[in-house]
Ligand binder design. Structure first.
Ligand SMILES: Nc1ncnc2c1ncn2[C@@H]1O[C@H](COP(=O)(O)OP(=O)(O)OP(=O)(O)O)[C@@H](O)[C@H]1O
Length: 242
């Protein structure tokens, strides 16, 4: 998959008199996983929504590195699984195709459910699944869309530690070579999964990308370098809050 990078240039967002951030610029390399961190209220979701084209900035631009429009090349996965309770898991995975009036590729749905470990659950409704299973179904739905750019807003935050670690590993393998921007409050998750980190902070003039991660993701949970990176990131986040 040829996933484009994303160029964010001089982005400013104001809500009335209040400035959320001013002239923020950064680049997301194509095919890499980037995590976006920062204190609550610094504007991470607002930034993600602007990149997704769901909101407009006060000024500035978001473009794809290949010069083509980003619209139609993005998938979104949020904290809530947003599964339709009256549809089966199979039909939820194919929801995008159904809403667009396209023919559903049933084989592809089945293959994805197999990959996320839900092959046996295809005909069940979301209410009969655990939170971790529902998030895996949401991941399968995101993958069904097969978009080169995936924006994720704290998709794993409500899961218990073990389930979260498993689904992180699964997502890392299934989203390889896509351009992924993940909002997370979890330094360990960010350091495990990312090629690069971005910290949104008014104190650093917008974005701080100074944190360097060794090796390639996904990093093993018991990798000493991962634990060291996590500790450094935690300190950086504390400093960023002032
Ligand atoms: N449409 C809007 N109109 C006015 N204010 C808004 C709007 N959208 C967001 N805000 C405000 O902008 C600020 C940043 O919100 P945002 O959700 O982007 O932050 P965040 O960094 O994602 O926070 P969290 O980590 O808590 O999810 C908040 O104070 C929020 O109330």
């Amino acid at each position: 998959m040829n996933a484009p990078g994303i160029e964010v240039r001089n982005l400013s967002v104001h809500f009335g008199q209040r400035s959320l951030f001013e002239r923020v610029s950064f680049s997301l390399p194509g095919g890499q996983w980037i995590s976006l961190l920062g204190a609550s209220g610094t504007g991470k979701t607002s930034l993600l929504r602007i990149i997704a084209g769901l909101a407009s900035p006060s000024s500035g631009t978001v473009t794809a590195s290949d010069g083509l429009p980003l619209a139609g090349r993005l998938a979104w996965m949020g904290q809530k699984d947003l599964l339709y309770p009256w549809l089966t898991i199979h039909d939820n995975v194919a929801l995008g195709a159904r809403l667009r009036g396209e023919k559903v590729d049933r084989r592809r749905v089945e293959a994805l459910l197999q990959q996320v470990g839900l092959a046996e659950c295809a005909h069940r409704r979301p209410a009969s699944l655990s939170g971790g299973m529902r998030q895996r179904a949401a991941l399968a739905r995101t993958l069904y869309e097969d978009r080169p750019v995936v924006l994720m807003d704290e998709p794993f935050s409500a899961l218990d530690t073990i389930t979260r670690t498993r689904i992180q590993t699964l997502a890392a393998s299934l989203l390889v070579n896509r351009t992924v921007l993940l909002i997370t409050h979890d330094p360990l998750e960010a350091c495990r999964l990312s090629h690069r980190l971005l910290v949104l902070s008014p104190l650093s003039g917008g974005i701080d990308d100074s944190h360097h991660l060794c090796g390639l993701p996904p990093r093993a949970p018991d990798d000493a370098r991962l634990l060291n990176a996590q500790a450094q990131l935690l300190q950086q986040l504390v400093r960023a809050q002032g």
